[in-house]
Design a binder for this molecule. Sequence first.
Ligand SMILES: [Cu+2]
Length: 115
Amino acid sequence: MLRMLLAASATLLAAACTPPATEEPAPGDMADMDMNAPAAAGPIEGSGTVTAVDAAAGTVTLNHGPIAAIEWPAMTMQFTAADPAMLQGVEVGDAVTFEIKSAEESQVLSAIREN
Ligand SMILES: [Cu+2]
């Protein structure tokens, strides 16, 4: 039963991390878009605390604050570094500022630095 609950939470977390902007726009919608809107462009900045890091795998888990540009609430989730070398020197407990590559690749970090 516990296993089922954990699986359900993981599914909910994944859903929360999927920005609605990835849906295909209906024909004609492009004309109404503000192409200069920050939400449409990457990278997207966020901040948080490192809760796990695997430099060899190129992954880092962050407890991040809300990210308005992609309508994310605060949560803890795993990201993949665009370049694993970015994670050298990143340690659990570090307070960091990071950049998400784009709304479409929202679980890829293009930058991370300790505050
Ligand atoms: Cu998240």
